[in-house]
Ligand binder design. Structure first.
Ligand code: TLP
Length: 342
């Protein structure tokens, strides 16, 4: 199987498995797991924030972040295709009691100019804005990357109005690799950031929420309320530490493979994609003109040993990661060309 469904499918490396087997552990609900403590300290350092919290998933990290920054009856401004809005089972409403105010963008990248008209204060008809959320890289827009200046401009505008900013940085290491800057620089203007160990970085489980120490201390209690107190979680944190240490340097290769895939896709009749817009490891392409639905293409590919998911009838998404090579990307392209020519 050539699995391009997501970078979440990566299996732990030999080094991760060894670190997991040898991890020193304790009860993390008592704050006694030395490996989790090391991971949280390291994540805080990488993000350039005072503290960090190990959470089982990116969804839990975002859920806690929204809860930390808002109160019931507020709005969270996000891009209209945000993961927070489309793929997190309305946790913003369920846990924090807030609505998402979606803002349309061509490429998933918000700007202060796009956000400002939607910023509201409490008034006779309006719920006030409690938070601005930005997704970097932007998943469903095709792994697009926020320019540093845009993040600063959004944070400046928001902070002037007393509104915090949260970054869903599930793939912020991909953004860092694409821009050639540190995660710390990317996260500097925002109040909190989540990033995932279990996506492009390849760890089996886990995400980090980083921010001010008092927020993270409160976040720890929300994590417990959500059932995320993980006891001897050092076995998982150990893989996360290896992921942080070893995988970021591999990401440029994933990005080159994604561009290669996009260039090949652009040559297949009926497929529309601009390869130049593929900056990281996510390739979203339009199959509308092939006359075959995304779901049908996905099923045909699956029968030939290639897994690529449909987003909707017109759109599909392929994600590169360390468990797919350049050759396998080439094979996937060849098979896709054949199943569409049928
Ligand atoms: N994304 C998954 C699916 O849920 C779509 C994927 O395969 O890409 N933020 C962003 C930007 C994400 O892409 C994801 C997962 C999450 C948050 C949630 O992370 P988990 O799956 O750990 O809850």
């Amino acid at each position: 199987m050539i699995d391009l469904r997501s970078d979440t499918v990566t299996k732990p490396t030999a080094a991760m498995r060894q670190a997991m087997a040898e991890a020193e552990v304790g009860d993390d609900v008592y704050g006694e797991d030395p490996t989790v403590n090391r991971l949280e300290a390291r994540a805080a350092e990488i993000a350039g924030k005072e503290a960090a919290l190990f959470v089982p998933t990116g969804t839990m990290g975002n859920t806690i972040a929204v809860k930390l920054h808002t109160s019931h009856g507020q709005e969270v401004i996000a891009d209209a295709r945000a993961h927070l809005l489309d793929y997190e089972l309305a946790m913003t409403a369920w846990f924090a009691g807030c609505l998402v105010r979606p803002v349309q963008t061509p490429d998933g990248i918000l700007s202060w100019v796009a956000i400002e008209p939607y910023v509201r204060a409490l008034a006779a008809h309006y719920a006030p804005t409690g938070l601005i959320e930005i997704e970097n890289t932007h998943n469903m827009a095709g792994g697009t990357v926020y320019p540093l200046a845009t993040i600063r401009e959004i944070a400046d505008g928001a902070h002037e109005r007393g509104i915090p900013v949260h970054m869903d940085g599930a793939r912020v290491f991909n953004a860092a690799a694409a821009l050639g800057v540190s995660v710390r620089e990317i996260a500097a203007p925002v109040d909190t950031v989540t990033f995932c160990l279990s996506k492009a970085l390849g760890a089996p489980v886990g995400s980090m929420l980083a921010g001010p120490a008092d927020s993270i201390a409160r976040g720890r209690l929300y994590r417990k309320r959500l059932g995320g107190g993980m006891r001897q979680a050092g076995v998982l944190a150990a893989a996360g530490l290896v992921a942080l240490d070893q995988t970021p340097r591999r990401l440029p290769e994933d990005h080159a493979n994604a561009r290669y895939l996009a260039e090949g896709l652009a040559r297949i009749p009926g497929i529309q994609i601009d390869p130049a817009a593929v900056a990281t490891n996510i390739v979203v392409f339009d199959v509308g003109a092939t006359g075959v639905t995304g779901a049908e293409i996905s099923a045909r590919l699956m029968a030939q040993g290639v897994r690529i998911n449909a987003i909707n009838p017109r759109k599909m998404r392929a994600v590169t990661h360390y468990d797919v090579s350049r050759e396998e990307c080439g094979e996937a392209l060849e098979i896709l060309g054949k199943v569409l020519a049928r």
